[in-house]
Structure formats: C-alpha cells, structure tokens
Ligand binder design. Structure first.
Ligand SMILES: Cc1cc2nc3c(=O)[nH]c(=O)nc-3n(C[C@H](O)[C@H](O)[C@H](O)COP(=O)(O)OP(=O)(O)OC[C@H]3O[C@@H](n4cnc5c(N)ncnc54)[C@H](O)[C@@H]3O)c2cc1C
Length: 474
C-alpha cells in the first residue's frame, strides 16, 4: 500500500511485460489500470467486428492478470481520465503512445490538460522499435521507400531497447471514487464472431506461446515458407502485435539471440514493414483516406457493387481469390500472399477502388491495423510509397500453381472443388465436361464462372494505368 495513486491508461498495449508506461506507473504507487472505448473515435475508424471480438476477449484476459482491477469505460478519454485523476488525488497519468493522426493530436491535448492540473503526465514508446521521428533522411525529411528506411534509417540508428520484465510487485489502488459508470466485463458474441474466435489465440500468455512455437520451428524455413499458405511457417502474431499483447522489442530481442541467417534477417525485415507502415501513417496522416501519390486521384475506379460483393463472399469463380476471401470469413485472418493476390484482383482486374477492399479487411481481420492495412492496400494499388509497380498484376491462376502446388489451401476453403483434378483446380472453367462431371462440379451452379476474364481485364488495367502515367509525366 502506497500513499500515491497513479493511472495507467491501456490502449494498444494489452500486456504487463515490457510495458514501459505500466512499469513506470507501478513504481512506488498504487495503480489504477484503465481501458477506455473511445467514443470520440467514431468519426474516424470505428473498430471492425473482428477487432472488437479480439479486443473484448483480450481485455477479459488482461483483467484476470490484473486481479480483476481493470476499469473499463466508454466515452471521451480526456473527460474520463481527468475526472478519475481529480476525484482520487492521482499524482500521475501515464500511457504508451499511439500513432494514428487523431490519437496524436488527442494525446497532446490530454497531456496539456492533465499537466495544467499539476499532475504528472508522461508517455512512452510501447509498440514500436523505432519512433517515426527518430528515423529521417540526412535532409531531415522522411523516407518514402522501405529499403533505405530500414537499411540506412533504422539499422543505422540506435538498437531497440532491452525488454522490461513484468513489475515484481503490483499494488492496486483501493476505494476508488468513480463518477462514470464502468462497462460490464462481458461481451455477447454474434454467430460470426463465435465462429472466427475458434481460430484465435488471444492474450499475453498465448502471444508468448505463439512466439516460442514459431522460434522453435517456423522461423527456420521462414524465407521460403512464408509465401506458401499451407506451410505454417509464419508467426501469426499480427493481431497480438496489433493489440500490444506482445511488443516488437520482445520479439526482436529473442530473434537477435538466435544465430543470424537469411531466415532471421527476413523475419526482422517483415517486422520492419510494420514499423514502416506506422512511419508512413505518422508522417503522411492523410494516407488512410487519400492516395499517397496524388496522380491516382484521377484513376477511373469502377463502382460495381455486384463484383465487390462476389469478391467479399469468395464467389468470383477464381479459386485462389475465393479461397483467400473465404479464409478471411472463416477465420478472421488471411495469409499475406493471399492478401496480395485478392488485393491485386480487386484493384487491377475489377478496377475497384482500394478503399473498398481496405474497408472489408478492416471489418473482418483480427489484425485490422490502420497503419499496415492502409500501407498494404496502397502498395497493392500502386498509389502508395514503395508501391508495387502498376504493371505488376498478380495472375491468380499462376500464383495458385506456384504457391499452392498441391492445391491443399484451395481445397481447404473451397470444398466444392475438392475432387477436381489438380490440373484444373486453379482454373476450373478450362476443364472438359467429363472432368467436371467426375468431380461433381457444375459450373455456374456448384461453383461460379469467373466474374471477369483475367487476360482482357489485365489489358484494360494496364491501359488505364498507362494513361495515368502519361498524364503525370506531361
Ligand atoms: C492488402 C494488405 C492488407 C494488410 N493488412 C494488414 C493489417 O490490417 N494488419 C497487419 O498487421 N498486417 C496487414 N498486412 C500485412 C501482412 O499481410 C500481415 O501482417 C501478415 O499476413 C500477418 O501474418 P503473420 O503474423 O503470420 O506475419 P509474419 O510473416 O510472421 O510476420 C511477423 C510480423 O511482421 C509484421 N508484418 C509482416 N509482413 C508485414 C507487412 N507486409 N506489412 C506490415 N507488417 C507486416 C506483422 O506484424 C507480423 O505479425 C496487410 C498486407 C496487405 C498486402
């Protein structure tokens, strides 16, 4: 029991170990741990269904680790934190920084307000290896291309800090005066949410276990294996990282202790892609809604709700695309290779605006992350920093043959094609009637015809992109 009360405001840091703000708040003080569903965020990007599911389950686990002391509120963070601090004579309010544009400005305002009441207020880096403002070009401007950002920028600056352990003694504030109602610590799952939850390993302990499993096996074949959706050679840590159940520091320090290899190097550079996404979001906050390359503002996107819906449902008639979209719907996740394939198909074969794809991902992905999702979609569209060149259009048939050579992934998510000869699995519309018959496939009935011709739509896209490029250089 201490005479001092402090508040730690949990946000994207739902863990106790390597949590700099939480550790600081626990020093010589009784802590009030708080989580707030930010109602002021409604105008920006309200949480998607899958994120909400993960978040609630994660909060319940965090609350268990905090001996049922976590206070959960809904409302305006500034009002809630200030009232709680003033009513309880709190001496310090602390949190780990977030990097979305409105959170950055909201944090500044809250910090000023709290300090104006003579209460200590400090923020920390709890979710990135490198702060976005620490890595700049020699002329002081931000990098726009990944490789120099990572090689010269990140690796050329100081090493990430050593992870902190969970505070040995956590003392909780008692008899707290509460002016705002707390939210009950329960969450009623909808049917879809219960389905995807079966595939979720949520919380700090599970994140630690996942990392151990990956470092014991998957990482040794990561460089090659990460492209094959059936191989399982990836960490699946994205949602745990997004919600801060594990920090990149914790991962990085373990990987750095392993013998260096092309696999560990590759894994570190993928982690750095996450850093780069946050970096772009911080330096170019408009990218969540606008093209980073403004020439794309004139791109003739097509509004086609029917095609968009077929894409969302995994009923485009292109098996590799449909398998990816169905994985998302079944599990709340999607392998990175598939994100690129389905993204390219939507943006380049269907010519549908990347923002429609990003919105669907935002709702369905457990790891929906404004920084990584935006950067991923802009990369695919060609409108972002370091973008995939506009002429790089993934051929989903060839991608399937290359990265799902035995058809395991497609067969897992498209049961109606399970009996189809491997030769035609990636393009069933090319199969002779006798082969389809034998496999029980009736094109247009049990499995759709392709909603678009891959080769003509590719040509149309190339034309559209060429016009854009020529206009830009005129
Ligand atoms: C269109 C599109 C949308 C995407 N949306 C998201 C998103 O909302 N949230 C998200 O976390 N990732 C997103 N990604 C990146 C990537 O697909 C996922 O991070 C990855 O599939 C997660 O699987 P994993 O945890 O097994 O990754 P691993 O391969 O094990 O990589 C380890 C960690 O590195 C990070 N990482 C790896 N690749 C990338 C990448 N290309 N960009 C950013 N971070 C990366 C992730 O945090 C990941 O957990 C998107 C990619 C694309 C092409």
């Amino acid at each position: 029991m201490h005479s001092k009360f402090t508040i730690h405001w949990f946000r994207s840091d739902l863990r106790l170990a390597d949590n700099p703000s939480f550790s600081y708040a626990c020093k010589n003080a009784d802590i009030i741990p708080v989580y707030i569903f930010d109602e002021t965020n409604k105008a920006h990007f309200p949480l998607g269904e899958a994120s909400l599911t993960w978040l609630w389950n994660s909060l319940i686990l965090l609350n268990n680790s905090l001996s049922d002391k976590l206070l959960i509120f809904k409302g305006n963070p500034m009002e809630i934190l200030l009232t709680l601090a003033m009513e309880n004579n709190v001496t310090g309010v602390f949190w780990n920084r977030c990097y979305t544009p409105w959170q950055v400005s909201q944090d500044t305002t809250i910090k000023q307000k709290i300090r104006s009441k003579k209460i200590e207020c400090k923020t920390f880096n709890g979710s990135l290896l490198w702060e976005p403002w620490e890595v700049l070009k020699a002329d002081g401007t931000p990098y726009k291309v990944f490789t120099p950002y990572y090689r010269r920028g990140c690796l050329g600056t100081k090493l990430p800090r050593t992870p902190l352990t969970t505070p040995k003694k956590i003392s909780f504030a008692e008899n707290i005066i509460l002016k705002q109602p707390q939210l009950p610590k329960t969450f009623n799952q909808l049917k879809w949410q219960s389905k995807i939850l079966r595939h979720a390993l949520i919380g700090e302990k599970n994140a630690e276990k996942k990392l151990k499993t990956f470092l014991d096996s998957g990482i040794f074949s990561y460089k090659k294996g990460r492209d094959f959706p059936s191989s399982g050679d990836v960490s699946k840590l994205a949602p745990n990282l997004h919600f801060g159940e594990i920090s990149p520091n914790q991962i990085c320090s373990k990987v750095k202790n392993m013998p260096s290899s092309e696999n560990t190097d590759n894994f570190m550079s993928e982690l750095a892609w996450r850093e780069f996404s946050y970096y772009l979001l911080y330096h170019f906050p408009k990218i969540t809604k606008q093209n980073l390359r403004s020439q794309f503002d004139r791109f003739p996107w097509i509004c086609n709700p029917k095609d968009l819906n077929a894409w969302k449902l995994g009923k485009t008639g292109i098996p590799m695309v449909d398998a990816g979209m169905r994985e998302l719907w079944e599990t709340g996740s999607m392998h990175n290779r598939l994100r690129m394939i389905v993204g390219s198909f939507l943006v380049k074969n269907l010519l549908i605006d990347w923002r429609s794809g990003a919105r669907w991902f935002w709702d369905c992905l457990f790891d929906a992350d404004l920084a990584s999702n935006t950067a991923g979609w802009q990369w695919i569209a060609g409108s972002g920093a370091d973008a995939a060149p506009y002429y790089r259009i993934f051929n989903p048939v060839l991608q399937g043959k290359r990265f799902d050579p035995e058809g395991k992934y497609i067969k897992k998510y498209i049961p109606e094609l399970r009996k189809l000869d491997l030769k035609y699995l990636f393009a069933p519309w090319e199969a002779p009637p006798s082969i389809l018959n034998k496999a029980g496939v009736i094109m247009g009935k049990t499995y759709p015809y392709p909603i678009v011709n891959l080769s003509t739509s590719r040509k149309t896209a190339l034309e559209a992109f060429k016009v854009l490029k020529n206009n830009a250089s005129n």
